[in-house]
Design a protein around this ligand. Structure first.
Ligand code: NAD
Length: 552
């Protein structure tokens, strides 16, 4: 009955309301968030179980999805489900304060950690690409990345444009699951925006969710719209259908130099993500099947051409940065030797926040009632009246962000703040101020949970970029501390071979058990970020460790 109503492939619907379907709220939370990841409004392609980020899946096959649901409905408080790359493989004996689900996605022994080997295993049904929050069941639609993108664009504005992005043009490629947050983040930060995507359906989806203002297939029309808006200082966003390389080439020919330039095409996956220059979507799909080797070669060459144009614009004055999709590496492989002249966004803008244990804290209202999120927003504003940046974001988000799936919110909180916020939410549930429990999670893109030398750990002060002991310590601490579900992945963001990272989600259901778990997990999780950066020699992290009494 449950499967018929909520998980009739490819239609997945998270249950809403205060009633339990599983045996306790811990498993109900995992169940609802799993279904939420796959629901039409959230997932990019529910029929393929693809949530976002190229081929990032929540379960390996529809049969595995069904089995996960069946197990979660029956799982007891002293059992934990093991999920191996999207397939439920067994239950282990645990206890009520242990995680209910233990997930490992896409992990390979390093020597074999490349896309070719991985894709072969995937074709044989043995593995799945989990991206970051797809396979760990805490993707919340484009809002998740919206806050991070907003922080990044605003930090770019602070660093280079005296905090004012009006009369500034921001150009980028890729308006998919993550990249689709760019237009709204840019306009929230005050800029005029031009985003290019080869797939018109992706841009349409952003129009429907009000993340983008206008769409066209015509370069001249897009150009006229953005130049006029820029002139007037209007924060308008335009989506143009086309190949990003072609559009950058035309901007160069027309002598238009955007103030800010970046990219979020799915370059991390040269075969199943990036579309080579000159191919239609249909041609790309056919070639992918017929001749994957040729496809990859064309893809790498196109990325080299694309980055060549980015470098030209960088030379002409565009503030250019890599936005975490591994475009530089593949462009270099495709023949652009100067690709790494473009800096990564983490060392440019985000690392100082990581040194404070800050990162993307997110939560979802399991009741499904948007009012519950409004209650949490207001409670947070009261809890942190001095955090004016967070308050501005929450006000803007309340006004401009359309919810996808279960109502949720994200804001960047640091050491100390996360624990306080978690305990506050638990109190709201306990007192009945919200209608059902709340789950709290974060992206894997966080201060202490990821090793990714072309992204989160690029250019670490002590050269420890590629050491992945840190995300493993994070995983183990969150298992020991009692997160509600935890995960360890390989290849998120930048692709197979280039990253390892850990995720966690924790439930606030108003109980004493939840309070004990929240106190441990929401302390340890950001603390590891501070340990990691203090250990690498960042002085602000060392100061923060002292301030928060962390024992280094
Ligand atoms: P996605 O697959 O949903 O979207 C990628 C988009 O790029 C698609 O819409 C596709 O049509 C478009 N595209 C591909 N080739 C193109 C081309 N030549 N010209 C124009 N458009 C093209 O992926 P996503 O979830 O949006 O993620 C985008 C990238 O960002 C991925 O590489 C992902 O790993 C990375 N990422 C970045 C962050 C971050 O914080 N910066 C976080 C997570 C993921």
């Amino acid at each position: 009955e449950f499967i018929q109503k909520y998980a009739n492939h490819p239609t997945y619907i998270p249950p809403r309301g205060p009633e339990l379907h599983a045996k306790n709220w811990q498993t109900e939370a995992a169940l609802r968030m799993f279904l939420n990841n796959l629901t039409d409004e959230v997932a990019e392609a529910p029929a393929d179980l693809v949530v976002y980020g190229g081929t990032g899946q929540a379960a390996r096959t529809p049969e595995d999805a069904r089995k996960i649901i069946e197990v979660l409905l029956e799982l007891e408080e002293d059992e934990s489900l093991l999920v191996q790359s999207g397939k439920p493989v067994g239950k282990v004996r645990t206890h009520p304060e242990a995680p209910r689900v233990l997930i490992a996605n896409s992990n390979l022994v390093p020597h074999w950690a490349n896309w070719e080997y991985f894709n072969d295993l995937r074709k044989r049904g043995l593995i799945m690409y989990g991206q970051m929050t797809a396979g760990s069941w805490i993707y919340i639609g484009s809002q998740g990345i919206l806050q991070g993108t907003f922080e990044t664009f605003a930090a770019c504005g602070d660093k280079y444009f005296e905090g004012d992005l009006r009369h500034k043009l921001l150009v980028t490629g890729g308006l998919g699951g993550m990249g689709g947050a760019q237009p709204l983040a840019a306009t929230m930060a005050g800029a005029t925006f031009l985003g290019v995507d080869v797939d018109p359906d992706r841009i349409k989806k952003r129009l429907e969710t009000r993340y983008i203002d206008k769409m066209t297939h015509d370069y001249e029309e897009a150009k006229a719209w953005v130049l006029e808006a820029k002139e007037r200082g209007e924060a308008v966003s335009v989506g143009l259908v086309g190949d990003i390389g072609d559009v950058l080439e035309r901007l160069i020919q027309d002598n238009i130099t955007p103030e800010i330039l970046t990219d979020q095409t799915s370059a991390h996956d040269p075969l199943n993500g990036y579309v080579p220059n000159g191919l239609s979507l249909e041609e790309a799909k056919a070639l992918r099947e017929q001749d994957p080797v040729k496809y990859k070669e064309l893809s790498l060459r196109s990325m080299a051409r694309h980055v060549g144009f980015m470098l030209e614009l960088q030379g002409r004055g565009s503030k250019t940065f890599d936005y975490g999709n591994n475009l530089r590496e593949f462009a270099q492989q495709g023949g652009e030797p100067d690709a790494f002249q473009i800096p990564g966004f983490v060392p440019e803008y985000i690392r100082p926040l990581f040194c404070e244990g800050k990162g993307p804290f997110r939560w979802a209202a399991l009741s499904g009632d948007p009012e519950d999120i409004r209650v949490t927003d207001e409670a947070l504003k009261e809890l942190f009246p001095e955090n004016t940046h967070m308050i501005k974001w929450l006000d803007e988000a309340q006004e401009k962000v359309a919810f996808q799936g279960l109502p949720c919110r994200i804001c960047w909180l640091g050491m100390g703040e996360r624990e306080k916020a978690g305990l506050l939410f638990n109190q709201l549930v306990r007192e009945g101020k919200v209608k059902a429990p709340i789950v709290i999670g974060r992206d894997h893109l966080d201060c202490g949970s990821v090793a990714s030398p072309y992204r989160e750990t690029e250019g670490m002060k002590d050269g420890s970029d590629a050491i992945s002991d840190w995300p493993l310590l994070n995983l183990m601490s969150n298992a020991a501390g009692g997160a509600t579900w935890i995960s360890f992945h390989h290849g998120g963001g930048v692709g197979i071979g280039y990253s390892q990272h850990a995720g966690m989600v924790i439930l606030a259901d108003g109980t004493d058990r939840a309070e004990r778990c929240l106190r441990r997990v929401l302390h340890n999780d950001p603390a590891i970020g501070i340990f990691r950066h203090a250990d690498a020699g960042y002085e602000t992290a060392q100061e923060n460790a002292r301030e928060f009494g962390l024992e280094l």
